[in-house]
Design a binder for this molecule. Structure first.
Ligand code: LMR
Length: 394
């Protein structure tokens, strides 16, 4: 059997991580994988996470199984964080998953199992693993225009035009905030227009939200997903705690199925539980327990929110510094989009050749499509990057 195995396609983000590790230059700069790093280049354990872990260690009396959907305290805390009061709690079925990727995978499986004819519309570009998992599951994927390579903002007219070609029952995958990889996001008016189109055409929205708190703030970043949840008859939401709680390796995610029919919730919940059981049985608990411990303790919650806010403001400062440095060096405003983008990423919008050149000449590692992880910078490396961008002729 094993002789039939073929090498799987390389994941460009993970391949880049390895290339960076193998580069001996001590001047190298990692703008690749989406992991937050502070000014010292460290991905810290957040203060509230440490405190919650200590509390769990002291108080937890058993490591026995929890439930197929995970701990209800975690689901409730996350539903509150993401959806607030946009929908009634009894309208939401939710199951913990191994990371946000686990939630994405489960959502796609649910789509395929429930409506094998559904096509999934994804933004061009989107997180490469969205496309990879869809392909793996043999789900037809259609790219809708999203990024305007001239303005580096959203090509909203193109997006709407492309979504108009979707048929009833097709799924539209949207990024809740901090679009990965572009950094360009929908505004409130645009969210409203997309929702109207989704409802007019009988489409199913799926929102992937992995960076709440990294863009404009915890509440602001949830505005779009809350509008969708309160306005569409059926919604899938895949959420991740990797970034905003900094618990990447704990694999902490949540899949939500929201409907306006509270009577159907038990059926939806049963299906989410069943999916978990088929794929991995019980979801991991440690990260989920960290999250619910923080969210249910006023002091820890406030400290977590404050540290997250510092992180967000730090990234905004780096964005502004980079935009300023580039303006000074080029005498033009053409890089000011970097300060307008939100979240961990910006798509520089240059060619793979120039990305490769910056890697070879300057040890700057960004993903081949020119996605930069802004959190990989610090105030000293920003001018180095700015100069490299200018020297490469971007
Ligand atoms: C990223 O986009 O870099 C992150 O979401 C990490 C990953 O798994 O790709």
């Amino acid at each position: 059997m094993f002789e039939n195995l073929k090498a799987p396609p390389a994941d460009k983000i993970l391949a880049l991580m390895q290339l960076f590790r193998d580069d001996p230059r001590d001047t190298k700069i990692d703008l690749g994988v989406g992991v937050y790093k502070n000014a010292e280049g460290v991905t810290p354990v957040m203060r509230a996470v440490k405190a919650a872990e200590q509390k769990i260690w002291e108080e937890q009396a058993s490591k026995s199984y929890v439930g197929l959907a995970g701990d209800p305290a975690y689901s409730t805390a996350m539903i509150q964080l993401i959806l607030a009061d946009s929908v009634a709690r009894e309208n939401v079925a939710a199951a913990a998953t191994p990371g946000g990727t686990g939630a994405v995978r489960q959502a796609f499986e649910l789509i395929r199992n429930t409506n094998p004819d559904a096509r999934v519309f994804v933004s061009d570009p989107t997180w490469p693993n969205h496309v990879s998992i869809l392909k793996y599951l043999n789900i037809e994927t259609i790219a809708y225009r999203y990024f305007d390579r001239e303005t580096r903002g959203v090509n909203f007219d193109g997006m709407i035009e492309d979504l108009k070609t979707a048929k009833k029952g097709d799924v539209v995958l949207l990024h809740g905030c901090c679009h990965n990889p572009t950094g360009a996001n929908l505004n409130e008016v645009q969210w409203r227009e997309v929702i109207a189109l989704i409802n007019a055409q009988g489409l199913i929205p799926m929102v992937d939200i992995a960076y709440q708190g990294f863009g404009d703030g915890l509440e602001e970043d949830a505005r779009g997903v809350r509008m969708v949840a309160s306005s569409c008859p059926e919604v899938l939401i895949a959420a991740s705690c990797s970034k905003n709680f900094g618990i990447y390796r704990e694999r902490t995610g949540l899949l939500m199925a929201v409907s306006q029919d509270a009577k159907a919730q038990a059926l939806h919940q049963g299906n989410l539980n069943f999916l978990n059981r088929q794929n991995f049985s019980f979801p991991p608990d440690h990260g989920a327990r960290i999250v619910s411990t923080i969210m249910n303790d006023e002091v820890l919650r406030a400290d977590w929110a404050a540290e997250l806010e510092d992180t967000r403001l730090g990234m905004l400062g780096l964005r502004q510094q980079l935009a300023d440095e580039l303006q000074r060096r080029t005498g033009s405003d053409r890089f000011c989009f970097l300060a307008q983008h939100r979240g961990m990423f910006s798509l520089l919008g240059t060619t793979p050749d120039l990305v490769e050149k910056m890697r070879a000449d300057n040890g700057i590692y960004m993903v081949g499509d020119s996605r930069m992880n802004i959190a990989g910078l610090n105030t000293q490396s920003v001018p180095i990057l700015a100069q490299a961008i200018v020297d490469a002729g971007v």
